[in-house]
Design a protein around this ligand. Structure first.
Ligand code: ZN
Length: 197
């Protein structure tokens, strides 16, 4: 059985540090490979993305995955609005995220390190990510929609930035309240209810 590491919670200074780059020569080491394995297992138990500082390791490593069986549970209208397309596991080492175009999207997001809360955050609709994969090979990826949102959220973790730094403050609420009142509603209606129009 995999023993999931504790997920660092907001207030822990590890979440506020800029994570160190991984020396590319170390990517094949047991230390980094075990870190990646632990991150993948932790993410699969809990969500669609994880950054190393969230399990207490201040290194520039991200894992992301949106499995088809995960997004299949989301109503189609919501999936379309959020441009939520499944994608395979990505391991991003020393990533650099660059904005593509000027279009942005406002949606609610959560964070495993801010357990029980959610808020609306403005993100770029599309970004370009360059990174090293788990074998140390240089890669690039241009996600759009929900995948781009996850990439920006996780990349922020490596800079010591949390969604609460970027959120529309008036939209901050408990997951419970969100589920009860707003889940599945079009984002325009939610903004109106919260006085964000
Ligand atoms: Zn997070």
């Amino acid at each position: 059985m995999f023993n999931a590491p504790q997920i660092s919670q907001i207030g822990d200074p590890v979440l506020r540090r800029k994570a160190a780059e991984v020396d590319p020569r170390d990517i094949g080491s047991a230390e980094i490979q075990l870190l990646i394995e632990a991150m993948i297992a932790t993410m699969r138990a809990a969500g669609v993305g994880l950054a190393a500082p969230q399990i207490g390791t201040s290194l520039q490593v991200i894992v992301m995955e949106d499995a088809p069986e995960f997004s299949a549970k989301i109503p189609q209208a919501e999936r379309l609005e959020k441009e939520r397309e499944p994608f395979d596991l990505k391991v991003l080492i020393n990533p650099v995220v660059r904005e593509i175009g000027t279009e942005t999207r406002d949606f609610f997001e959560g964070c495993l390190s801010i357990k029980g809360y959610t808020a609306m955050v403005r993100r770029q609709r599309e970004v370009a990510v360059s990174y090293l994969d788990q074998n140390g090979a240089p890669q690039s990826w241009q996600p759009r929609g929900w995948a781009a949102r996850i990439a920006q959220h996780e990349y922020d973790h490596l800079q010591g930035v949390l969604f609460t730094d970027r959120m529309f403050a008036r939209s901050f609420m408990s997951d419970e309240e969100y589920r009860k009142r707003y889940a599945g509603k079009p984002i325009g209606a939610v903004k109106e209810a919260l006085g964000l129009m």
